[in-house]
Structure formats: C-alpha cells, structure tokens
Design a binder for this molecule. Structure first.
Ligand SMILES: Cc1ncc(COP(=O)(O)O)c(C=O)c1O
Length: 356
C-alpha cells in the first residue's frame, strides 16, 4: 500500500508545465545567453524585475528577486531580526519560525481565528513592548490554515502599520491560486506601498526554478542586495529569464488558471471527504491555495493520530509544528490526485479515536 502524502505542500507533477518551461529556457538562452550565463545584478534579471515593478506599480529598485522567496526571508531575518521582536500569526508557516528561532529573534505569536489574524492582538502586541523588527503575515490562503484575512481586517492592519511605523511583510505565494470568490486588495496596496510584499513563482509556475521576489522600502532593498552579494553574488538568472519568457509568451495567466482548476478538484475532494469521514472535526474551507486546517475534538492529540495514520498509510503535518493547538493538523491537497485525497482522508479517519 503506497503512502498518501497529505503532508507535502508541493505541487503534483501534473501541475508543472514541463514542456513549456523547456522551450522557454532554450529561447531565453538563445536570445540573452550572454547576460543570463554571466554574473548579474544581485537584485535579479533586469527584464523580470521591470515586469514585476510594473505589476506592483513601484520603481524597479524596490524589487528584489531571490532564489525562491524563502531565501529572501532569510536575508531579511538575518539583517533585521536578531535579538528583536518579530510578530507572527499563530499558527504560521513553520520554516520562518525555525529561521527566526535560529537567529535569536524574540518571536511573538498573534492569535488568529477563521477570518485570519486578529488585529486587536496586533494592536496589543504593538503597545506592549519594544518596536518589532517586522511582522511576518500570510493574509491569503495561509500556510498552514488556508484562511484568508478579511478586507476590514486588512484595512486595520494597514492602518496599524502606518500608525506604528511597522514593517509588515505580506508573504503571498498562494494569492493567485484562487478557485472561488473575488481577490481582495493586498495589505501592500491598502498601505499605498509603504509595507513590504513577497511572492513566488513556485505555486504559479514551478518551484524548481527557484524564483521568488520582494517589494521592499528602497533602503531595505539595498541592504538585502548586499546580503545577497555576500551569499551567492548573483541569483540564478536562468530560472528568472525562463519565467520572463514564459510570461512574454502569454503562458502565465493560462497556467495559473489550469493549476487553479486542478487544485479546485482536489480541494473539493478533501472537503467532501472530511465532511463524510470526519464529521466531528472542524475544518477551514479555503477558496484557494494548497491547505486545509482541521481541528479534531478537544483532548485528541494529533501527534498520536499521526503515528497511527502513518501505519494506516497517510501522512500529514501536526498543527503544533506551526504553533497550533495539539488537536490541529495541516492537510495538503496539492500533491496527490482527488481519489488519493479521498482515500487519504478515509485512512486518516480510521486513525482518529472515536469519542467516548
Ligand atoms: C507561505 C510560504 N512562503 C514561502 C514559501 C517558500 O516559497 P519559495 O519556493 O518561493 O521559496 C512557501 C513554500 O511552500 C510558503 O508556503
């Protein structure tokens, strides 16, 4: 029996546009190989930087392209976080938590509910101590919860950022992967570009190309470019030029639609299976992204369930790894087929103790 990986927040192979990427890489090299194969600017491949700048309506000098967005977060954290308070959502993406911990940041978790971050918790944290280095927020289809911050709360967060001169980093790799509903304005847009933004082509094109980007205050962009130069001299321009070619050929938007439609079916399969197999669990109902967050009945420990689930042939990540409560779990529907999603949830249900 093959294990079903609901732990893996990766795109399934059929989500990756391999043939188009192969053509685009060749075309980019033929057209601009002299630039792409040489060392280049630390902030990334010029034409992609300009495209991103136009998309965000900022000067290209504020755009910083990195080898995946996580690398940029490492630079930002290295420069700003050591010994300082960093505000995060609870739960939040586990890798930044590890990075911040290792750098000796004072991590301040802020409470969230079904509508995302509670802005009152943000306000209280801002009133309570030294000014934070930054706030790391995931307002759209959050990893791990799949939740999305409401418009009203986005406005409050943008206002609080302005009032307290707080650097908000809005990490948004999933925002374009929307299946239902209307896109909400970014905090970056509501703050009129005074906050910071990061995203990635990992979920909209392919993670193996390792292309993420940041829109930062000008001075922070220069500081991070210096960190990039000291780390890898120049980011991988071939991936960036391949993405630029992909965009120039008009392949980007159709690919996002294709990916979203494949993921919608998987999300539906997961929600149906949860309602059928685990009716006692509360779960999020994401309008996009990769993840569903589930909370088992009080007193059920997801760590115990995880061991039994692995024996039953399904993996997930326990919510505690993201700072969530013991009964919570993150279920990714991105990596396996809709049938496997349904079978995975049935196996999970067999590992959950029946209430007395
Ligand atoms: C919320 C979030 N931010 C950043 C990343 C890292 O993305 P990248 O592949 O661009 O480094 C991920 C990857 O899963 C993610 O879930």
């Amino acid at each position: 029996m093959a294990t079903i990986a609901l732990a893996r927040g990766w795109p399934a192979p059929e989500l990756l546009p391999g043939d188009e990427i192969a053509d685009c890489a060749r075309a980019a090299l033929e057209r601009d190989g002299g630039t792409i194969l040489a060392y280049g600017p630390p902030g990334g491949y010029g034409p992609l930087r300009e495209w991103l700048a136009a998309r965000h309506e900022v000067d290209p000098g504020r755009v910083f392209i990195t080898n995946g967005s996580l690398q940029g977060l490492v630079f930002l954290a290295q420069v700003l976080a050591p010994g300082r308070r960093v505000l995060v959502e609870r739960p939040t993406y586990d890798r930044p938590l590890k990075i911040l911990r290792e750098l000796g940041a004072d991590i301040v978790p802020l409470d969230c509910d079904d509508d995302g971050l509670d802005p009152d918790a943000l306000e209280r944290a801002l009133a309570a101590g030294d000014p934070p280095a930054f706030a790391y927020l995931l307002p759209t289809f959050q990893n791990p919860s799949g939740r999305t911050l409401t418009l009203e709360r986005r406005r409050r967060v943008a206002e609080l950022a302005r009032e307290h001169d707080l650097l908000v980093l809005e990490d948004d790799p999933y925002g374009l992967v929307r299946f239902d509903g209307e896109a909400l304005p970014l905090i970056f847009e509501l703050s009129e570009g005074t906050t910071a933004y990061s995203s990635s082509f990992s979920k909209t094109v392919a993670p193996g190309l390792r292309v993420g980007w940041f829109v930062l205050p000008e001075e922070t962009a220069r500081t991070l470019e210096a960190a990039a130069t000291a780390t890898y001299i120049t980011p991988v321009q071939l991936g960036q030029a391949t993405i630029h070619e992909f965009i120039s050929r008009g392949l980007f938007e159709p690919n996002v639609e294709r990916v979203s439609s494949l993921l919608r079916t998987r999300r539906d399969a997961m929600i149906d299976a949860l309602d059928r197999e685990l009716p006692s669990a509360r779960h999020s109902n994401p309008e996009g992204g990769y993840f569903v967050w589930a909370e088992l009945e009080d007193g059920v420990d997801a760590a115990d369930v995880q061991k039994r689930a692995e024996q039953a042939g399904v993996t997930f990540v326990k919510g505690a790894d993201f700072g969530g409560p013991p009964e919570s779990l993150r279920l990714a529907y991105s990596f396996v087929s809709p049938d496997e999603v349904a079978e995975g949830i049935a196996r999970l249900a067999s590992a959950v103790p029946v209430a007395a």
